[in-house]
Design a protein around this ligand. Structure first.
Ligand code: SF4
Length: 347
């Protein structure tokens, strides 16, 4: 087993080594600064989660094996390199030439699958598939279907336990895929221009700073999964600031812009909380499956456990005072958050 794991690790490292830094179908609409680090050859500053990568790799290897054993490659093939006319070709997990279906296998958590069932699959996954579909359409013509096969490998969702399989499909929209390719090519040209400046001696670290951060920073997606996160975001020079506020605190116009946006979302949040609380009271203690006025099915379950015993701090403090009169205290970090008020009549 250890030997098999070493083989998988070696295979993955080999893949990383050979990987071109140019934009491919996966991550086509990734943050431009992240692409910038890659194009300019800047080393990653953060590790990646190898646990889920191992799991994904094993699943892909097993899936490919099943396809190879079950079909002839001209009917249905696996790990198919697809030239979609972009900077770097992609590799599709499964291409069914007979039924014109291109499939991407996604290992995921039960929680993510629950989210996808309710809100649809993450858009970037469809984008990746539509670029594969575009390459296949240009080579073979016909109407292609994009398919995502999701398999749950993580989490404890009762409704979507490990091993749950679900497929999502949509037809290839050639026009949309071509527009996406155009967007990628524009970004590629911009990044290649920076790359050529590095080749004539300019410093890559300062060139990459000319690219916008398209993520919202630590604590959010995609930055928490980005291998350049700690290089990209500054360490605050003041304990009260976050890496995000460190980037704007000297720019008054930018702070004003963020404050206005914050105020707007805070108002919406308060309204949403009020509405939610009101409706929760009508549902408390009710469970079951119900059909809403929109025709959709809603499952109402009880969340949270039974009442439990907690430390009675008042009694505890009284008891300690009774014994030796000194209640032990310590400093804890400030939980202060910004509050934004809008001055009446200011616009
Ligand atoms: S940390 Fe976030 S903003 Fe910075 S490069 Fe990565 S994804 Fe982009």
């Amino acid at each position: 087993m250890a030997e098999d794991m070493n083989l998988i690790t070696a295979w993955m490292q080999e893949q990383q080594k050979d990987r071109s830094p140019f934009i491919g179908p996966s991550g086509a609409t990734d943050c431009i600064k992240r692409h910038g680090y890659r194009y300019l050859g800047i080393a990653a500053s953060d590790g990646v989660d190898l646990g889920s990568a191992h799991m994904g790799t094993m699943l892909h290897l097993a899936y490919s094996q099943i396809i190879r054993e079950s079909f002839s490659p001209d009917e249905r093939d696996t790990e198919v390199e697809i030239d979609w006319g972009g900077p770097r070709p992609g590799s599709a997990d499964d291409v069914d030439y007979v039924n014109r279906v291109v499939t991407d296998l996604k290992s995921t958590s039960g929680r993510s699958l629950a989210w996808w069932m309710e809100h649809g699959v993450t858009e970037s996954y469809w984008e990746q598939l539509s670029l594969y579909g575009l390459g296949l359409y240009e080579q073979h013509r016909g109407n292609w279907t994009l398919r995502i096969t999701a398999i749950v490998v993580d989490g404890n969702e009762a409704e979507y336990p490990k091993g749950t399989l679900h497929t999502f499909e949509q037809p290839l929209d050639v026009g949309r895929a071509e527009a996406l390719r155009g967007f990628v090519m524009q970004r590629h040209e911009r990044l290649m221009e920076l790359r050529s400046r590095v080749q004539v001696g300019e410093e890559p670290g300062s060139l990459v700073e000319s690219l916008e951060r398209e993520g919202d920073g630590p604590g959010t997606f995609p930055c928490d999964w980005c291998e350049f996160a700690s290089r990209c975001w500054p360490v605050p020079t003041d304990l009260d600031r976050t890496p995000q506020s460190e980037t704007i605190f000297e720019d008054e116009a930018k702070v004003g812009e963020v404050a206005a946006e914050y105020k707007e979302w805070a108002a919406r949040e308060s309204e949403a909380k009020r509405e939610k609380k009101k409706l929760q009271a009508f549902l408390k203690g009710v469970t079951g499956v119900f059909v809403g006025p929109d025709g959709a099915t809603y499952t109402v379950t009880k969340v949270g456990g039974e009442p439990k015993q907690v430390v009675d701090t008042d009694a505890l403090v009284a008891r300690v005072e009774e014994i030796d009169g000194v209640v032990p205290m310590k400093w804890s970090a400030s939980a202060a958050w910004p509050r934004v008020t809008k001055r009446k009549g200011s616009s």
